[in-house]
Design a protein around this ligand. Structure first.
Ligand SMILES: Nc1ncnc2c1ncn2[C@@H]1O[C@H](COP(=O)(O)OP(=O)(O)OP(=O)(O)O)[C@@H](O)[C@H]1O
Ligand SMILES: [Mg+2]
Length: 294
């Protein structure tokens, strides 16, 4: 197992906002005015797995942004780059920033949340699982409503169910965080009906947005290969927040590129870069990083 290159902390930043240039073509030279040495090293190291661990507000997201700009300047097609974040706002800001820096139209760059990325894959591939492409996405309210309907159909007494708890249980079962055991087994039939209803209504819930793409990758080697070919440079901001299923999604995509750079015969694109906070939660993050190697 390797964590790739650990780049330590980004200390003592030259916070010189005046040096911001809108529309530069980044190369090592002019990036050096915008990033400190450690950031520059991370932004310009494109091969192999790379893990950045640095403190809050130290410029990790900035480094990813300039790393994308650097990749584009190196001639890497936008379509090969995937930057995943946890909020829509962060994804939008990243795209906007790369656009400002490069002055390029970013029609093929994918900066996205995990869920939005899941939606994209489902739009392209959900037919392989027997759904129609115009599927609906059920939010929490739709989900509880569906559980209520299913419970009524199975004549489960209203008083004996807590919709909120059931919704959480179903989520746990679907994402494999929870298993069926004697304490919850009486809800198994309800869950199976719920799943059947979703499919019948051509609908997916939020958990499916991550789970179904993983299922597609597991069941269709051609689909997986297609996405592996496409997304050759994958970056995850706030990597410490990744959960098991998101990790399954991203590591399936990264595939053989997860191999340590030194272990590979030839250099090549890699699972780009993951970003950790280091702010008193070090041991937890260390643990998370070790469980989820790049
Ligand atoms: N080398 C630098 N030169 C100028 N400004 C910088 C530099 N590094 C970081 N900054 C600025 O510091 C601020 C914080 O950077 P950024 O948001 O990238 O940090 P972060 O590590 O991702 O933060 P968080 O922990 O909140 O995710 C931003 O305004 C960024 O532009
Ligand atoms: Mg950040």
């Amino acid at each position: 197992m390797t964590l790739g290159a650990e780049l330590g902390t980004f200390d003592h930043l030259p916070l010189d906002q005046d040096r911001e240039i809108s529309s530069i073509v980044p190369n090592r030279m002019n990036l050096s005015g915008l990033l400190n040495d450690r950031q520059l090293e991370a932004a310009t190291t494109l091969d192999g797995p790379l893990l950045i661990i640095a403190g809050a507000g130290s410029g990790k997201t900035r480094t990813i942004t300039y790393r994308i700009a650097y990749m584009l300047a190196q001639g890497i097609p936008q379509s090969h780059i995937l930057a995943l974040t946890f909020t829509n706002k962060a994804a939008r800001e990243m795209t906007e920033r790369v656009r400002e820096v490069t002055g390029k139209k970013l029609t093929n760059l994918t900066t996205s949340t995990f869920h939005a990325f899941g939606v994209k894959i489902l739009h392209e591939q959900i037919h392989t699982l027997g759904y129609r492409p115009n599927f609906s996405i059920y939010d929490q309210v739709d989900k509880t409503e569906m559980i209520r309907t299913v419970a009524r159909e199975l004549s489960v007494s209203r008083d004996s169910i807590d919709l909120f708890a059931l919704s959480a249980l179903f989520s746990g079962i679907k994402t494999k965080r929870t298993t069926w055991e004697s304490a919850n087994d009486q809800y198994r039939e309800l869950y199976e009906e719920y799943q059947g209803h979703l499919k019948a209504y051509n609908a997916v819930d939020f958990d499916d947005l991550i789970m179904l793409p993983v299922e597609i990758f597991e069941s269709s080697p051609e689909a997986l290969e297609h996405y592996r070919e496409r997304y050759r440079y994958i970056m995850v901001d706030e990597y410490q927040d990744i959960d098991e299923r998101q990790y399954a999604l991203v590591s399936a995509l990264a595939g053989r590129r997860r191999a340590a750079p030194r272990a590979r015969a030839a250099p090549g694109p890699g699972l780009g870069l993951a970003v950790h906070h280091l702010d008193g939660r070090r041991s937890r993050l260390r643990g998370a990083a070790l469980r989820r190697p790049l």
